[in-house]
Design a binder for this molecule. Structure first.
Ligand code: ADP
Length: 257
């Protein structure tokens, strides 16, 4: 059943992938070379989990009399790679739609302090499991004009990274405050950090620091490029400072109006 479920997910992912490739050809603002690179990178990234799923499904079929317990590792890998694939397809669709200006940013009044609070509460639960101490300092009320869904996505990307790249026993600190006509959000972790030479490429599509290191953590290398798109669409700024083995801080600055 799991195998069939996986196979169905793979088919859905392929269809979505093809849809993406078609969409990626439409963008008006992105150069032809960039589109070609995007499709090449996307195909490469889609192929890796697909191959892993296929190999494991084939192995399952080779031993039809084996029990689920005996084959649990292959099933686990299949499920893990399917999750990776569906995240990848969702991220690729977001970027393809943003390139073709299909994704509109809603401009509405919202309480950023409440949004940050809501997001960090969810991550605080996950942090407990990983024995990470998550603290917040949130000024309130902080009202800005923006797109709640997209800003939520932005916070999730940064908090998810902070949690992913911080080892057990580490700390994450989130602050949110008003500075003149802007609101600043800082997400600081005591995680593995980022090598200095890699910092300029962090917001590039598919960039992951040291593929071997990143492969152990789930990810697509697209999160920060989506984060940058969301910040730009809000006329904001995103900056990073990091030291290997010490930690990383992301700073967001968003205009109030
Ligand atoms: P991914 O899906 O790989 O996390 P992102 O675009 O979100 O992709 O991040 C790109 C890369 O930047 C990651 O693969 C990771 O190497 C590095 N990175 C991002 N955030 C952090 C962080 N808080 N600490 C250490 N490394 C980070």
């Amino acid at each position: 059943v799991v195998a069939i479920g996986d196979a169905v997910s793979v088919v859905i992912a392929i269809v979505a992938g093809l849809f993406l490739a078609r969409r990626a050809l439409i963008p008006i603002q992105v150069s032809w070379e960039k589109q070609q690179q995007f499709i090449a990178d996307a195909s490469h990234e889609l192929r890796t989990p697909l191959t892993a799923i296929l190999v494991n499904l084939e192995r399952l079929f080779r031993y039809p009399d084996h029990t689920i317990e005996q084959e649990s590792e292959k099933i686990m890998i299949g499920m893990q790679e399917t999750r990776r694939l569906s995240k990848l397809v969702a991220d690729l669709l977001t970027l393809a739609r943003s390139d073709s200006n299909e994704l509109q940013i809603m401009k509405q009044k919202l309480r950023l302090d409440e949004l940050v609070q809501k997001c960090t509460q969810v991550f605080a639960q996950m942090a407990i499991v990983k024995e990470i101490n998550l603290e917040t300092e949130i000024e309130q009320p902080l009202e800005i004009v923006g797109d709640e869904e997209r800003l939520h996505q932005l916070l999730v990307i940064l908090l998810d990274n902070a949690l992913k790249y911080t080892n057990e026993g580490g700390k994450i600190f989130v602050s949110c405050k008003r500075e003149g006509q802007r609101v600043t959000v800082m997400i600081k972790d005591t995680g593995i950090g980022i090598p200095k030479d890699d910092i300029p490429y962090l917001f590039d599509r598919f960039f992951r620091v040291d593929k071997m290191r990143s492969r152990q953590t789930e990810g697509t290398g697209l999160g920060l490029s989506i984060a940058k798109w969301i910040v730009d669409a809000h006329h904001g700024k995103i900056q990073v400072s990091s030291e290997e083995g010490v930690g990383t801080s992301f700073y967001l600055s968003l205009p109030i109006k």
